[in-house]
Design a protein. Structure first.
Ligand code: LLP
Length: 428
């Protein structure tokens, strides 16, 4: 679900008129609905309630400290992948003891910081990393809590760049090598405590079957490790997909009555809870996109209309530096006008940004009600991996971010200025 809907002909986020908001705060502008974020978190918690489950929000999806603060207040833990993300969680008032630290390339400085802060566990992804964590913990006179990420070699059925659970991916350790690895670590690495087992097979999964296959394959291993090494948790990662196409239309339906082939919180939970319940382990899930994806939109203004020989272009002021998903993953985002004009004909155009690359588009060959210069569009379902992946490419300042709460809103990140662009640079 989400909280973007037309009211008297103008798109609103919750009770906030997006035309007025854009006039005040400028564009491009990221807007998030607090209500949607809270609702997604609550529904997931509820669906997993038969388990001893911990939800850890994947910070990488949307790392603004206001969003992290909101999640922390709901009782969420955090899936982090860098020292910077841990720093953000702490600044946001989150609890480092509720963080698990994943990623294949943790530096010595990051491991040290995470140990100082007392993270719940490191999700280690190689033997060499285990050795490094053991050594650093030893120097600090600490025992490091560790789980190992298992690569179950399961096809997630998503874009190849966000598939992570196949043997050819750089993530995790091959399924067959996990047990000998735990035996070795138990024997040889005295500054490590084997605390759990982790996996994550990919992102934007739209079917329950790959989750089921991965859990079916890995749950017996988790149980075995529990019996042998007394591990206390099994983390099944994130990856729950969201609706990108026609999300405005499906928002009016509840999560519970969408079409059966669509992955919903309910179908996800119904398919995995029975497999996980008998383990008697704490179960961690690490959703990012599910929580914030449909909660955010990117508001952009049409700068020019341009008729080419082969195509019509709608040139907008948001580029691939603001939202890279269409360029990088051929990601589809529904685009709708902020002002409804039911009388206007649809035209087919490429909605493109100002960046000097032909890969800079929000949509190609998209049928949309005609948009004229100066008018506003909303790029929907942009809350996850939108702003978080934004850059200053072409020396474009980062967009502002707004959190809407009912009829009120707050600037949770100021728009960058040109001075911000060169802060830290110097001429020798
Ligand atoms: N846990 C781990 C270990 C992960 O690597 C990820 C995402 C998550 C949890 C959260 O996954 P989610 O629930 O959000 O699917 N930039 C891409 C997505 C990259 C996902 C990276 N890992 C995109 O825009 O589609």
């Amino acid at each position: 679900m989400h909280s973007f809907a037309y009211c008297h002909g103008t798109l609103h986020c919750e009770g906030v008129n997006l035309d007025q908001l854009a006039a005040k705060e400028g564009t491009p502008l990221y807007v998030y609905s607090k209500r949607t974020i809270l609702e997604h978190y609550a529904r997931l918690k509820e669906a997993l309630s038969p388990l001893d489950a911990e939800v850890e929000f994947a910070v990488k999806a949307c790392s603004n400290i206001a969003i992290l603060n909101l999640m922390a207040h709901q009782g969420s833990g955090f899936d982090i992948v860098s020292g910077g993300e841990l720093f953000r969680v702490i600044q946001a008032g989150g609890n480092p003891h509720r963080c698990t630290y994943a990623g294949i390339g943790k530096t010595q400085q990051e491991i040290q910081f995470a140990l100082e802060q007392g993270v719940y566990a490191f999700n280690a992804e190689s033997e060499a990393e285990l050795v490094a964590i053991n050594a650093i913990a030893g120097q600090m006179g600490l025992i490091a809590p560790v789980s190992v990420r298992v690569n179950p070699n399961v096809e997630a059925g998503t874009h190849k760049y966000i598939t992570t659970g196949k043997s050819e991916n750089k993530f995790g350790i091959d399924f067959e090598r996990i047990e000998p690895l735990y035996e070795w670590a138990f024997r040889e690495l005295p500054n490590i405590r084997l605390k759990g087992l982790q996996m994550h097979i990919g992102s934007q999964l739209t079917k329950a079957a790959p989750f089921v296959e991965a859990v079916r394959k890995t749950a017996p291993l988790a149980l075995h490790l529990k019996n042998k090494f007394n591990i206390e948790f099994f983390s099944i990662g994130g990856g729950i997909g969201i609706v990108y196409q026609n999300s405005l239309e499906s928002a009016s339906k509840s999560w519970w009555d969408q079409t059966p082939e669509q992955l919903t919180i309910k179908t996800y939970a119904d398919s995995i809870v029975p497999l996980l319940q008998p383990l008697g382990l704490k179960i961690i899930v690490e959703p990012g996109r599910l929580i914030v994806g449909n909660a955010g939109a990117l508001i952009t203004r049409c700068l020019y209309e341009k008729q080419g020989k082969a195509k019509t272009f709608t040139i907008v002021d948001a580029g691939m530096n603001d939202l890279i998903r269409p360029a990088l993953y051929q990601g589809y985002h529904q685009i709708i006008p902020i002002a409804e004009h039911p009388d206007r004909p649809n035209i087919v155009s490429d909605v493109v940004g100002p960046i000097c690359e032909s890969g800079d588009f929000m949509a190609q060959n998209r049928s949309l009600p005609q948009v004229h210069q100066g008018e506003l569009l909303a790029v929907l379902s942009a809350g996850a991996y939108g702003f978080a992946m934004a850059s200053n490419y072409n020396s474009r300042p980062l967009a502002a971010e707004i959190l809407v709460d009912g009829n009120s809103w707050h600037v949770i990140r100021k728009r960058q200025t040109w001075n911000d662009l060169i802060a830290g640079e110097s001429i020798p």
